[in-house]
Design a protein. Structure first.
Length: 192
């Protein structure tokens, strides 16, 4: 680990700006994909929001989750803000889980994404179909909601690979502050 210089701080700001621009370009591309085609398509914004939340701070995760949720509401014709609240909560939870307990591994990301997408599909089914007690409403969950969930989980593999590529080149490296460097140097000398 090295101490940040002024030039490195400038490079860090530029890389961070480029990374967030690429994140939001992916979000808009996913929005375009979600608004075209048939009923049976993945909700790509869910794994994208979770993937962004895993690698960033809590505030960026919350804003990204809310933004992606609003776009899902627009795409699916849901109550405006419904998916935004759900996705914001799950992005914050994912961020905290990865920050405190989990390692940044593919299997952990897949589990969190699968659980989030399933809960979102289940809540959509409960609030938009089952609550009105339509006839044969269970078929909607089996034939539509679970199929969309499966497509979403499968698409999360590709989303993970894209985000991994972006983060590999543009994620900031860990640096020491001056105090940490001095304390590390003193501790190293005391061990000798």
């Amino acid at each position: 680990m090295r101490i940040k210089t002024t030039r490195q701080q400038h490079i860090l700001r530029v890389k961070t700006a480029i990374r967030w621009i690429l994140y939001y370009l992916l979000i808009f591309l996913s929005f375009i994909i979600m608004t075209s085609g048939t009923l049976y398509k993945p909700i790509i914004l869910v794994p994208l929001a979770i993937g962004i939340a895993v690698n960033n701070n809590m505030y960026g995760s919350a804003v990204t989750g809310a933004f992606c949720g609003f776009l899902i509401d627009i795409c699916c014709g849901k109550l405006f803000g419904y998916n935004a609240v759900i996705l914001t909560v799950f992005c914050i939870i994912a961020n905290l889980l990865f920050e405190l307990y989990l390692k940044n591994r593919f299997i952990n990301y897949m589990i969190i994404t699968a659980v989030t997408a399933y809960i979102q599909c289940w809540l959509d089914y409960k609030f938009y179909y089952q609550i009105w007690d339509y006839e044969n409403v269970g078929r909607i969950f089996v034939r539509v909601s679970l199929r969309v969930w499966l497509y979403t989980v499968i698409s999360s593999v590709f989303v993970f690979l894209l985000l991994k590529l972006i983060n590999r080149f543009l994620m900031p490296k860990e640096h020491l502050t001056i105090e940490e460097a001095i304390n590390t140097n003193i501790q190293t000398e005391n061990r000798r």
